[in-house]
Design a protein around this ligand. Structure first.
Ligand SMILES: Cc1cc2nc3c(=O)[nH]c(=O)nc-3n(C[C@H](O)[C@H](O)[C@H](O)COP(=O)(O)OP(=O)(O)OC[C@H]3O[C@@H](n4cnc5c(N)ncnc54)[C@H](O)[C@@H]3O)c2cc1C
Length: 397
């Protein structure tokens, strides 16, 4: 019977806490969730994000491993949301990729670099296809690429509903509580210490001075987005627009709202969005659809993506502490898979009641990732278990 602490109620932490409190009491007796801000802080990275789940488009720049994990997450999102009873937070209509005439070579290059071997993952679109699928795009573009399997999350709905569920659940919630972690002990700002059977560190960038892997370094990669309400625009699909400097997208969020993003800047700066970025993002949106000229700007936001040296995610384990980090620009792309792996891991450590653990994905598993997952169910490229006590650097503050 485990008493578990989850630290950080961002994207990963909040969903993990909810999955843990659903476990049978014979395996998880108590769940505590510590968050340095409030559960619903508008500045949360996961709330600022466009929340696209795009394994095919991301495969152009991401590794094959991320592509495979992302494909699995794509299948897992609806199961995860239904298991957590989170409603109306998932769209899966596919992504449209377009380029203006002067950037056509970028679209060809993008298409050539897609890593998917599955022909059904992408299809060329001509003017008629565009008219059929997204008629308002056909005014500006006469060809493009369709990635039919891709989806996106309504992150406002996800955060709102998960916050409410956490508040109504048996989870012991500690908001406005910035903690330090040393093995399985939580150090509170008051000086008090709390010991748990397991501590799961989901602090994102907040863990940068306390990484389990002594060789790892964590940095922030800044992203900027503009959120608008544009009643004159009726786009249904996330649109990716080829841009010489970074991948630009326009993601419909319902209620005539669109997220236009996102810059990708190697910087930890939390300064407000720059004029240059606003100009680039908004003029790109206007070049896709002139209806954006009359849009109401709802928010201009910046966020820092927690990123490890190789831009890959990692789960590290030392003694009774598990650290999940490095989700970079792939938090939504990978979270269902990461949660599946963490639950498998906890189950494997529970020698007495392993069969009592519920891993939500087991409802049905129609997707094989045999090349990275070992017989025990672990992804050996994702999970590192450290033995011995010296690797853990607890030099925070
Ligand atoms: C502009 C932008 C666009 C994005 N678009 C996408 C996208 O389309 N698709 C996609 O897959 N990903 C996207 N992402 C990335 C995604 O948002 C992140 O990968 C994800 O939010 C990381 O989740 P996390 O739970 O690891 O960290 P976070 O969401 O950052 O959560 C960490 C939490 O820990 C808390 N915390 C920190 N320190 C402490 C402490 N000492 N004690 C207690 N709590 C602490 C923080 O307050 C925070 O709530 C985007 C990111 C940005 C910035």
């Amino acid at each position: 019977m485990s008493n578990i602490a989850v630290v950080g109620s961002g994207l990963v932490g909040r969903l993990l806490a909810l999955l843990l409190i659903q476990q049978n009491k014979t395996v998880v007796s108590n769940v505590s969730l510590f968050e340095k801000n409030a559960l619903l802080t508008p500045e949360s990275t996961g709330l600022i994000a466009a929340a696209m789940v795009s394994p095919v488009a991301e495969s152009v720049t991401a590794s094959e491993h991320i592509t495979v994990m992302g494909q699995r997450s794509l299948a897992l999102w609806p199961k995860l949301l239904s298991c957590l009873a989170i409603k109306q937070a998932w769209w899966q209509l596919g992504t449209i990729v377009v380029a203006h005439r002067q950037d056509m070579s970028n679209l060809t290059h993008f298409q050539q670099r897609l890593k998917s071997n599955n022909e059904a993952d992408s299809a060329e679109m001509n003017a008629d296809d565009l008219i059929a699928l997204e008629p308002e795009l056909a005014q500006q573009f006469n060809q493009g690429l369709f990635l039919p399997s891709e989806g996106h999350v309504d992150n406002q709905a996800l955060y709102r509903q998960s916050a409410q569920q956490i508040q109504e659940s048996d989870i012991n919630l500690f908001e406005h509580t910035a903690t330090r972690i040393i093995d399985n002990t939580i150090h509170l700002p008051s000086g008090e210490k709390q010991v748990f059977d397991w501590v799961i560190d989901c602090r994102g960038l907040g863990a940068s001075q306390q990484l389990i892997d002594p060789k790892a370094t964590l940095r922030g990669v800044r992203g900027e987005v503009v959120r608008v309400r544009a009643p004159q625009v009726k786009l249904l699909h996330p649109i990716r627009v080829m841009h010489p400097r970074y991948p630009l997208y326009i993601v419909p969020k319902g209620n005539n709202e669109y997220v236009i993003g996102a810059t990708e800047i190697e910087s930890d700066s939390e300064q407000a969005i720059s004029v240059r970025s606003v100009l680039e993002l908004l003029s790109a949106a206007y070049s896709v659809h002139s209806g954006f000229a009359e849009a109401e700007v709802l928010a201009m936001q910046t966020g820092l993506r927690p990123t490890l040296l190789d831009n890959e995610p990692s789960i590290t384990v030392l003694n009774k502490s598990i650290q999940i980090n490095g989700l970079y620009r792939h938090g939504y792309l990978l979270t269902p898979y990461i949660l599946e792996q963490v639950l498998q891991l906890l189950r494997s450590f529970d020698s007495f009641c392993a069969d009592q653990w519920q891993v939500y994905s087991e409802i049905s598993s129609e997707f094989s990732i045999d090349d990275v997952v070992t017989d025990s169910g672990f992804d050996h490229k994702l999970i590192t278990v450290f033995n011995g006590g010296n690797e853990y650097a607890h030099n925070d503050q």
